[in-house]
Write a protein that binds this ligand. Structure first.
Ligand code: FEO
Length: 485
């Protein structure tokens, strides 16, 4: 059963109301998902992506009811992850010579999953196009790391539809296909959950790629994603959201999460939260227990926050395992422009809090002082926790706290002040600043240069040519940040 998308474009995908997890068990889906595949019936018949491998037989059967699959002239695989290319082998068994348009990395990942190097691959790069007749073309745009190195988008001229694959999608299932037909709160909650849990590490790349696509000045009537809705009502709205989320996003919000052997660390969390709220009632304060709350909701809340407080009891002189796992995940997400602090209760050693603080610092957070309490907090310890919260509220305030507060002024006065006000590090001034690729972590060292790319030894980053490409992942200068390691 197809759904008419526009003119000669039809949705031939699969809804999945029941699915609960993605990426193993790491991403919990609250509202199912869909695997969107599109059939374009111009002078040429073109299939854009397929569906999850679990539905491969249903997909081919349903597709065969729409079209004699032997009449499919071309298949576009924007991304080879199994939720989009999972039905490819089943389909290709019926039409083995059909050309498959994908990126060079797509050939590698399609072969890596399906093991059919004999398939008729047509490798495309940004700007390449396919004439589909009736005066229309498909233009391909590589989007590496959104979400895999193989990813690309496909733009259909005349109809002005962008088939964006994972980008601008969301794990959201609804019987309706278009963005204006569904519950808006549900939709945007799932968009943000998807971005914060999956795309945050590639935020810089999102910005660069969106600006590259906007630079083509192509009209845009729809964004046809591969998960969730098709954006037909003001499709630019989701592009604008992505640009905002990719720009070191934060709200006036603080998230506390913890795990505890008894209720002692939880008591600390509650008291710290009280102190924050008392001092700056403008701040949204959220408290989560890692053992009981949805991990992906916690990550989404961290993404929205200006700062996080991470608590752990000390167990065997280290942090609680769930806290360690969460910190590992947060490190991988590479949040930017956020503050952090550690807290926790202990009995005879307080090793967990120190380890949490170190991990947060290593993950790039701007650290505030930690707080340890021995055994169960008594009244005076709880007051110390509240005072800690008050201090955090003042230090992390985005603007002066509402009530006149001399303590805030003292803290501001005591805060370290940059020795110069030009915002540059000494390394940047001297031209020795190393730069790290935020996508693959390759490091540019001016001392060594990169002679293969016209950057001789001793070339400062500013003098490296604009067409420099990261030797690790082939992305441009825009994804590099100063490296302090
Ligand atoms: Fe929806 Fe990267 O797969």
């Amino acid at each position: 059963m197809n759904i008419h998308v526009k003119n000669n474009i039809f949705w031939v995908g699969k809804r999945d109301w029941e699915v609960e997890h993605f990426h193993g068990k790491e991403f919990k889906m609250q509202r199912g998902t869909s695997y969107n595949s599109y059939l374009i019936r111009e002078e040429k018949n073109v299939l854009i992506d397929t569906v999850d491998f679990r539905f491969r037989s249903d997909f081919v059967k349903n597709l065969s009811e729409e079209i004699d699959v032997k009449n499919i002239d071309a298949i576009v695989i924007n991304h080879a992850e199994e939720d989009h290319a999972g039905a490819l082998a089943e389909l290709m068994a019926l039409i083995p010579g059909t050309p498959i348009y994908c990126t060079a990395n797509g050939v590698d990942s399609i072969n890596g999953h399906h093991h059919h190097p004999e398939w008729n691959f047509k490798v495309v790069s940004t700007g390449d196009s396919l004439d589909i007749g009736n005066g229309k073309k498909l233009i391909f745009v590589e989007t590496p790391m959104l979400h895999w190195p193989d990813s690309m988008m496909t733009y259909m001229t005349e109809d002005a539809v962008l088939f964006s694959n994972d980008a601008f999608g969301q794990h959201y299932c609804d019987e309706h296909l278009f963005n204006d037909e569904v519950d808006q709160q549900e939709l945007f909650d799932q968009c943000q959950r998807y971005f914060s849990n999956i795309l945050t590490p590639f935020a810089r790349l999102v910005t660069a790629k969106i600006h590259e696509i906007l630079g083509f000045n192509l009209p845009l009537s729809m964004i046809a994603t591969s998960h969730g809705v098709v954006w037909r009502d003001n499709p630019v709205q989701i592009v604008e959201r992505y640009l905002a989320w990719a720009a070191d996003y934060q709200e006036d919000r603080i998230t506390l999460f913890y795990d505890a052997m008894s209720s002692n660390t939880r008591m600390m969390a509650d008291a710290i939260a009280q102190g924050i709220r008392e001092t700056d009632p403008r701040v949204a304060v959220k408290v989560y227990n890692l053992s009981t709350h949805d991990k992906n909701e916690i990550i989404t809340s961290c993404f929205r926050s200006k700062g996080i407080l991470v608590g752990s009891s000390t167990m065997n002189n280290v942090m609680m395992p769930k806290v360690a796992g969460m910190l590992e995940e947060i490190t991988g997400l590479r949040f930017r422009n956020k503050r952090a602090s550690a807290f926790g209760s202990f009995g005879w050693t307080g090793g967990a809090v120190d380890r949490v603080a170190t991990r947060l610092q290593d993950a790039g957070f701007e650290m505030a002082i930690a707080l340890k309490i021995k055994w169960r907090p008594d009244l005076s310890s709880l007051e110390a926790c509240r005072e800690h919260g008050r201090r955090i509220a003042r230090e992390w305030a985005l603007s002066p706290v509402p009530a006149a507060d001399s303590a805030a002024a003292k803290i501001a006065a005591a805060a370290p002040v940059s020795s110069r006000d030009d915002g540059m590090t000494e390394a940047e001034r001297s031209g020795s600043q190393k730069m790290i690729c935020t996508v693959c972590q390759w490091v540019y060292d001016p001392y060594e240069g990169e002679t293969g790319q016209k950057a001789a030894s001793g070339t400062p980053w500013e003098a490296v040519p604009d067409d420099f490409l990261c030797p690790g992942c082939s992305l441009g200068k825009s994804v590099f940040d100063p490296y302090e390691g």
